[in-house]
Design a protein around this ligand. Structure first.
Ligand SMILES: *Cc1c(COP(=O)(O)O)cnc(C)c1O
Ligand SMILES: [Zn+2]
Length: 443
């Protein structure tokens, strides 16, 4: 590891005392751009950047603390706008070195923000409806964003194997990123995942291990492996690299606002698995406000779950602060985390912003997948069915205001969850003749 002493913003502009502070907060050795230290979300205890994820004082989750003090708003905006058409345009706001775009990685992000007028008409939305379509990422889910951050952290900490516990999409994202960056990969999934996800994870050539159990069992196993000599040199993107990984979700917030012309949406509907994505979208929006890149005005964040794995929406509706674990049983396997680590923070954010957490059952998920495909030509995986279905429900119940600008996330690709719409197929089978065509009523 290089013996650098200061983790300053990539382009510090003017130097000041806060820069010096970050140097003391991070006396060590890694260059992760503006990331200054790890800070406990519960008690604020700070530790130097490293492959740790839990506070030594209170076991709270650690997250990245930045030093953005040197940035000039207009200069930062220009720099972002002239950056590459991927997440690295936001490198000054991420825990990555300034030259990250030159390193071998999958360059995810800058996915389409689709103005969904047809869907808006069906749902009665008049204030502008957009689908942020993250199926356009390199491995066809939002997970490429988070893995790209974890990969940089793995490089910085000298890891040689990339690993994770996964509900499916993460496995593919890790396999692909490792292949491109020249890392070994070994990823762990529940043994009964959708075939599409298994193939997509395996094709990149790394080790793919099915665990007899559900995601929460897989996660527990990975925690054990990290503490074992067998796991030495392994970066588990969503365990010991979790603080870095999680920051990747901020790029969804950045992109949505920039694509809206540096404007906050009024309402965002976000799927919840562990809840990490939702909490970091909120963090990203807060940062844009603090940096002066968007106007400071209220926004609401809504969480979306599948009924068959709805620990957070259950707690929200019951008015509880604690999230009681559930045993998942839903077709939305990418969201099937029964014991979501960031559940309590999701509840805080939904309540603080005036949003809500809602759930839809499997039939409603399938309906919503078809609705989005039929209205906008977007084939979403089950997670997209969850957000679109929940959006419809929130409009019906009056919690989501149809007169306000609304962004709905589609975080994955329908080709990975074909079983969900298995009944979909041919309109008719005919002989190759005009008679037969007419008989079938197709004219
Ligand atoms: C992982 C995942 C999410 C969000 O997961 P969090 O753990 O809540 O960050 C959303 N959609 C899809 C398709 C995913 O794979
Ligand atoms: Zn703490």
């Amino acid at each position: 590891m290089a013996a650098q002493t200061v983790a300053t913003p990539a382009d510090p502009g003017t130097t000041d005392s806060a820069t010096a502070e970050s140097a003391t907060a991070n006396p060590g050795s890694v260059d992760l751009g503006p990331a200054a230290a790890l800070s406990c979300r519960e008690c604020g205890h700070r530790v130097p950047l490293g492959p740790v994820f839990a506070c030594e004082e209170c076991f709270g989750p650690l997250e990245i603390a930045y030093d953005f003090s040197a940035y000039d708003t207009e200069e930062l905006r220009r720099r972002i706008e002239s950056g590459p058409a991927n997440i690295w345009r936001y490198a000054p706001l991420l825990p990555v070195p300034a030259d990250v775009a030159d390193k071998p990685n999958l360059n995810p992000g800058w996915t389409k923000l689709v103005q969904a007028d047809n869907l808006a008409r069906e749902l009665g939305v008049t204030g502008g409806l957009y689908v942020k379509d993250d199926s356009g990422n390199p491995t066809h889910s939002f997970k490429d964003r988070v893995v790209a951050q974890a990969l940089e952290a793995a490089r910085a900490f000298g890891f040689t194997t990339l690993s994770c516990s996964s509900t499916g999409n993460l496995a593919g994202a890790v396999g692909a990123a490792a292949a491109r960056a020249g890392f070994r990969s070994c990823v762990f999934i529940p043994h009964d995942l959708e075939q599409g996800k298994v193939v997509m994870a395996a094709v990149y050539g790394g080790d793919l291990v099915g665990i007899e159990g559900n995601y929460d069992d897989v996660n527990r196993f990975c925690s054990e492996l990290i503490g074992d000599p067998a796991g030495e040199g392994w970066g588990f993107v969503n365990v010991n690299l979790r603080p870095y990984y999680a920051e990747g979700s901020k790029t969804l917030a950045y992109e949505i606002c920039e694509q809206l012309g540096w404007r906050l949406p009024d309402q965002i509907v976000v799927p919840i698995a562990s809840g990490s994505q939702l909490t970091k979208i909120d963090k990203g929006l807060q940062e844009l406000i603090e940096l002066g890149l968007v106007e400071d005005r209220p926004y609401k964040i809504f969480g979306a779950q599948a009924r068959g794995c709805s620990p957070v929406s259950t707690a929200f509706k019951d008015g509880h602060d604690v999230v009681r674990p559930q045993k998942p049983d839903t077709i939305a396997k990418s969201l099937a985390i029964g014991n979501p680590a960031d559940g309590p923070y999701v509840l805080d954010i939904a309540r603080r912003t005036g949003g809500a957490v809602e759930d839809v059952d499997d039939a409603e998920i399938v309906d919503a997948i078809r609705l989005l495909a039929r209205t906008e030509g977007i084939f979403a995986e089950t997670a997209g069915g969850v957000t679109v279905g929940v959006t419809r429900k929130l409009i019906e119940s009056g919690l989501l205001d149809p007169a306000k600008t609304t962004v709905v996330l589609n975080t994955g690709d329908g080709l990975k969850t074909l079983d969900a719409v298995a009944g979909t197929g041919l309109t008719a089978t005919i002989r190759p003749s005009l008679d037969s065509f007419h008989e079938a009523g197709l004219a």
